[in-house]
Design a protein around this ligand. Structure first.
Ligand SMILES: C[S@@+](CC[C@H](N)C(=O)[O-])C[C@H]1O[C@@H](n2cnc3c(N)ncnc32)[C@H](O)[C@@H]1O
Length: 247
């Protein structure tokens, strides 16, 4: 069972669903560009984003979550984290990191496992943990970023993934359809958004292994899965069956 929204005596108002929704809305009012939404992701979106943990189940994983907000996806990740795995959580907003630290400290699944999940107050572009990841789960609002920032972050994700590692991120549905309206308000914003989407489309063409639609979210979203290619061993090629053979 997914316990992400189950009330627990250890969780006060601060960690409750209603408390998280209010906090998220306040942070969106303070800075909508970085926060990127009016409410945290729902359970269906959290489930789709955490697919790389299920597809790599049964072994220890290094997992990175980026842009965790109030922790709606983090709770799903903690629930599915295989024993002996490590979860790094990166969040740029210090009010959210305080709440995430509280979540990690009090979550029953992490009791007796100090250090299994760590919260980093940082912009992911500047993150330097010195570790490679089997899975990166990104909650960043790419549609709000300029194309150079999207390029820098996607490049960094590929560096941080181990060969064969998986990245998931989401994009709210309908951005393309509502762009003419955005252009009425600001042509510059509409052009910036389109350029950012083109950067993402380029990464999708090269690395995407899947895309799914999550209608049971407000707003509905597409979840993309990308994979860092398995690097060639010198003197060997990868066949279509994934078998390594000599040149
Ligand atoms: C759309 S919210 C997603 C929150 C949460 N993952 C969810 O799905 O409910 C985006 C989050 O990314 C954080 N963020 C934005 N830019 C960031 C960056 N460059 N590095 C790390 N976190 C960032 C924001 O503070 C915000 O909490």
């Amino acid at each position: 069972m997914d316990d992400s929204n189950t009330p627990s005596p250890k969780r006060g108002l601060a960690q409750s669903g209603a408390g998280n929704n209010w906090m998220f809305l306040l942070e969106a009012a303070r800075d909508i560009r970085t926060t990127g939404a009016l409410a945290p992701s729902g359970r269906a979106l959290a489930h789709a984003l955490t697919e790389p943990l299920r597809s790599q189940a049964g072994r220890r994983l290094n997992v990175l979550e980026v842009g965790a907000g109030t922790g709606s996806v983090t709770r799903s990740l903690i629930h599915q984290l295989p024993a002996g795995s490590r979860l790094d959580i990166v969040e740029a907003n210090s009010r959210f990191t305080d709440r995430l630290r509280d979540l990690v400290r009090t979550h029953p699944r992490l009791a007796g496992e100090p250090g299994q999940a760590r919260v980093h107050h940082a912009y992911v572009e500047e993150l330097d943990i010195g570790r490679r990841y089997d899975a990166i789960i990104s909650g960043l609002p790419f549609a709000n970023f300029d194309p150079h920032q999207v390029e820098a972050i996607m490049g960094r994700y590929l560096e941080l993934l181990r060969p064969g590692g998986l990245l998931t991120y989401f994009a709210y549905c309908g951005a393309r359809q509502t762009r003419p309206l955005l252009a009425l308000a600001s042509r510059t914003q509409a052009r910036r958004q389109q350029a950012s989407e083109e950067v993402l489309a380029d990464y999708q063409r090269h690395y995407a292994t899947g895309r799914s639609a999550v209608w049971a979210n407000l707003p509905p979203a597409h979840v993309w899965q990308l994979q860092r290619p398995v690097e060639r061993v010198p003197g060997a090629i990868r066949t279509s069956a994934g078998v390594t053979a000599a040149h």
